[in-house]
Design a protein around this ligand. Structure first.
Ligand SMILES: Cc1ncc(C[n+]2csc(CCOP(=O)(O)OP(=O)(O)O)c2C)c(N)n1
Length: 530
């Protein structure tokens, strides 16, 4: 608490009684209760994604702790701060068959930035210091998950910790060094800037300004938030341009932040063999193609201010021309008579979403469709779980983001991601989450793979089903709306609500695949006419 942690996410249990009561008695703690530790972990992850401050999860011993692992992995891979307060048995009950007792001090292995196994009896100074140490590691550069495993002996009592005098400020002052860099020069004028999800919100503008100064095209991922500031240099249809085939070859690539969603981009980067530099304040290697020619660990604004290169206005203009040709071909597909697909649903969301909403995209097709088709003029921000791209915990993460930002969120996820995280529907009870489930009755993403031709596809890959979500909403007293076509008006109406709602949009994964294939083919046809 003294460090500024306010959200305590609690799953019921007995061994964790001292931790739960200590949080409950604190006047400044905001307590969230959920019965499923897996969803609770993702909810806490969402809080950390929203406000960059760690939420604390309190869990009892045994498999409860194991259920936190997926969210801890995602927190590790996305550098999201998270504190786990796990309750354990005292040493005399370990390794002797005692109930609900396992080796939970090592469950999270290398995924936690720091871990401690607190002894059963400890004085206040030790406890305070360990809590501050955990906070420090959770927030250091790079932030991430930490575990404080506490050994509690019965009878349980509330630890007597007298609140510190000062109610504000941190008793441990943290100052992280900025990673500064010397002047960086490139002899190229034909450069491209890639922007993935960024470590800090204030990294974005210096990159956009760098693009303007150098007149270098910018390829920005949906989670970079760059499309909220549509500067001239941004190439909106870069993924379609690369899919169609493109003769423009950059000499220099500058990549800021995380991996981009576009698979085609990675293939193209391998083909072109340009000088390719990744810039991040974090020490993690970001190079799935093993093609980087340089890594610079630096604060992003600092790097942008010292980077020098040449500009060639024609280079940018050539990309802009390609972008506008490509964009009009993509748009012409939307104006044609065609069956209703996930792409159309995404477009409807783009038009209907109010500007004070945030947006979250589930893994599978939703994040990819958002990357292609979701360019709202103004919203509060874009979110996803792209550290490990799991379809688990997507509902819980969106709920955690809404809670920490205290703003409504539209969460667009597929039916399998929804089925995976049904347990988290009760978490929608607080801040409004407009949960849009695009139900294409299976895993649509696999229709885009060669395995879609296999006779085993529907059963073993799409995992086809015939379920819908109306009764699930009813089970958790959530309002429900079903949309079969023309979703824009219906979405606008739903977004007027003050409370969470489950909106099921019926889509067709085969048609979605056909629609996107048609875009690629019409782009290729135009290529051959040129
Ligand atoms: C926890 C987890 N299990 C399995 C996968 C593999 N996977 C990736 S996408 C996907 C299907 C997604 O289907 P759905 O949520 O319905 O979205 P759609 O692609 O149909 O739009 C699966 C099973 C995963 N990413 N995470």
């Amino acid at each position: 608490m003294q460090q500024g942690v306010r959200h305590f996410c609690v799953a019921p249990g007995s061994r964790s009684t001292p931790l739960v009561l200590a949080a409950a008695e604190h006047p400044k703690a905001k307590i969230h209760v959920h019965y499923d530790e897996r969803g609770l972990g993702f909810f806490a992850l969402g809080i950390g994604k929203g406000n960059k401050m760690p939420a604390a999860v309190i869990a009892t011993s045994g498999t409860a702790v194991g259920n936190l692992l997926p969210s801890v992995m995602e927190a590790h891979h996305t550098s999201t701060p998270l504190i786990l307060l796990t309750a354990d048995r005292p040493p005399e009950l370990r390794d002797c068959g005692a109930n609900q007792t396992t080796d939970q001090a090592k469950v999270f292995q290398s995924f936690v930035r720091w871990q401690t196994d607190l002894p059963s009896s400890l004085d206040e100074a030790y406890f305070r210091s360990a809590a501050a140490q955990g906070f420090f590691y959770a927030c250091q550069n790079p932030p991430g998950p930490v575990q404080i495993n506490g050994q509690f002996r019965e009878p349980f009592s509330i630890p007597k910790i007298t609140p510190m005098q000062s109610e504000t400020g941190f008793p441990i002052r943290m100052e992280f060094p900025r990673h500064s860099v010397k002047e960086q020069k490139s002899s190229s004028s034909k450069g491209i800037i890639l922007i993935g999800q960024l470590p800090h919100a204030d990294d974005l503008h210096p990159i956009l300004e760098l693009g303007k100064r150098l007149q270098w095209p910018i390829f920005a991922d949906v989670l970079s938030n760059a499309r909220l500031f549509p500067t001239f240099e941004q190439i909106r249809c870069f993924d379609w341009i690369l899919k169609k085939g493109c003769d423009l070859k950059p000499e220099q690539i500058l990549h800021f932040g995380d991996r981009l969603s576009s698979k085609k981009l990675l293939e193209w980067l391998k083909e072109i063999e340009s000088d390719y530099i990744h810039v991040s304040p974090r020490p993690f290697l970001q190079d799935p193609g093993r093609i980087l020619t340089g890594r610079i660990q630096s604060d992003i604004p600092e790097f942008c201010s010292v980077f020098k290169a040449f500009s060639d206005p024609q280079w940018l203009i050539s990309w802009k021309e390609l972008d506008s040709e490509t964009s009009s071909i993509v748009e012409s597909q939307f104006s044609k008579e065609s069956p209703f697909t996930e792409a159309h649903a995404m477009r409807a969301l783009e038009k209907a979403i109010p500007s004070h909403f945030a947006a979250f995209f589930g893994n599978g097709m939703p994040i990819r469709d958002a990357d292609h088709f979701f360019f709202p003029s103004k919203i509060a921000g874009f979110f996803g779980n792209r550290g490990l791209s799991g379809i688990d915990g997507n509902i819980a993460t969106a709920a955690g983001i809404a809670e920490s930002l205290q703003m409504p969120i539209a969460a667009f996820i597929g039916d399998q991601a929804a089925l995976h995280d049904f347990n988290s529907l009760p978490l929608l009870k607080n801040y409004p989450v407009f949960l849009i489930v695009s139900n294409n009755f299976g895993g649509g993403i696999f229709s885009h793979l060669p395995i879609a031709q296999s006779p085993h596809f529907e059963k073993l890959f799409a995992a086809a089903h015939t379920w819908n979500f109306e009764l699930a909403a009813k089970q958790f007293s959530l309002p429900y709306m079903r949309i079969d076509a023309n979703p824009e008006k219906a979405l606008e109406q739903a977004f007027g609500s003050k409370q969470s709602i489950l909106i099921e949009i019926i889509t067709d994964r085969v048609e979605n695949h056909r629609f996107q294939k048609e875009i690629s083919q019409s782009l290729k046809r135009t290529n051959s006419l040129l």
